[in-house]
Design a protein around this ligand. Sequence first.
Ligand code: ADP
Ligand code: MG
Length: 221
Amino acid sequence: MVRLENLKFGYSGTGFRLRFPEFTLDEDERVAIVGPSGSGKTTLLNLIAGILSPESGLIDVDGVNVAELSDAERRRFRASTIGFVFQDFALLDYLSARQNILYPYRITPALKLDAAARDRAEALAVACGIGDKLDRHPTALSQGEQQRVAICRALVTQPKLILSDEATGNLDPASKERILDLLFAQAAEAGAAVLAVTHDHELLPRFERVLDFAQFHEGVG
Ligand code: ADP
Ligand code: MG
């Protein structure tokens, strides 16, 4: 599902460098990423999603060389293939929770907003425990509720690759387990791979592999 080769990246004007000689994520694999703050975990997810471009090296996602796509193609590819739970949620305050969840359909004409998609949004929200809050705006939701909206938005398109950046960070222990259950159930149903940054060490045994990030970066940001 994901293949990285000789990946190199640096933010201009900073000493931070990310080097990734080799990494493969299989189609139905679930891999956790751990590592200290500032070690480049979010940067790697952004590279895989095509939000950032590498200096050199290969990023292959579902057989597509992400770097070779135009900006428009990359956005389309991302919307149809990848579900991304952002570390800061990235919800839009002027939209309700429901509209936020269905946002990928709004910006991607290739995705069809039909009754099935609306039903999926509803079912995901119920499974996440926010079924009764779909008409609220993010400003009227707690951090944990906003996080669940972000998770529903990442899953509603049934992506083949789920990238999750500390998606369980703001939740209580029982909710963490429940959200991970949901993430994994969705992934199993859609045959999706999961790459999840997490600081929740108690969740690590549930992943097939753990990638420790401490070794992949140099310098400080
Ligand atoms: P992590 O997710 O592991 O905490 P990040 O990938 O967010 O780490 O950041 C890695 C390093 O890159 C940090 O030193 C951070 O300060 C720096 N960094 C992150 N985003 C930017 C940016 N847009 N411009 C410059 N430096 C950045
Ligand atoms: Mg991060």
